[in-house]
Design a protein around this ligand. Sequence first.
Ligand SMILES: O=C(O)CCC(=O)C(=O)O
Length: 293
Amino acid sequence: MTEGLVLRLPTSEEVDTFWRDGVVCLRGALDPAAVLGMAPAVERLLRGSVGETMHDMSALGAGLAAAGSTVLTDGVQGQGRFVSGTDHWRVDEDCRAFALDRGLAALAGALLRSRRVYLWEDSILVKEPDTAERTAWHQDMGYFHASGEQVCTTWIPLDVADAETGAMSFVRGSHRDGALYRPNWFVSQQSMEGTEGLEVPNVESLARAGRVELVQYALGPGDLTVHHARTLHAAGGNLSRQRRRRAISIRYCGDDARYHFRPGAPRKPHHDGVQEGDPLGDPDCPLVWQAAL
Ligand SMILES: O=C(O)CCC(=O)C(=O)O
């Protein structure tokens, strides 16, 4: 457990906001020092010294662009890079302690109204200064081989994340219609081949027409957002020439989640050992927190 990471649990109003809007911003819920204590782990992973879990999304974007796909750079070529990865908890002790933090899982359990919380995966997402690549509009559910409504992502910044450096934006209430959207390549709206579901709509034009409402929060260390796995969300590039935008996401499932395989979505090695409909809680998707009886 990360020492003293969580300072407070969500209020009942914040729980209601999560279920109404599909996202909630929890200010001052985490100890900034404990969050910043993850900085060395982030640097280790960026240097690639602890395994193959990080990906250069800017390089992926250049490859996709060369193959004819539209990459979300607003026509700008930045000097910085967007680097991200998943499943660091399997290769790095600090990431393991953070992802298995019982306080953070209890916070997710309160929001999910769940008696049990399982770790699905962790993710590190760094946008260095002057990174042009935006994070495409997407819904996490399409990437997860899981069913259930008690599924969420916590997004925890190590730096100030604002409109300039690439704060996340969310389509308010978009989790409520039950739509499943095809996963995409994260820096392009192009859907992954062989995946099922709806194409992600042009959220920005819908917002301009007043047909959806976008919400964005400027966050600092100690704040976090938690969004539902069906909530459409995206993030800007990092337009600052000085400031980094480092973040850690921890993704959790609750009581009603089961393994549910989605054609074409990226699989993890342990998925070969589980069946459709299996409960979570195996060592690769561990139970992190359970409510007292
Ligand atoms: O940090 C980003 O740019 C995107 C993160 C994201 O979409 C997520 O954690 O679900």
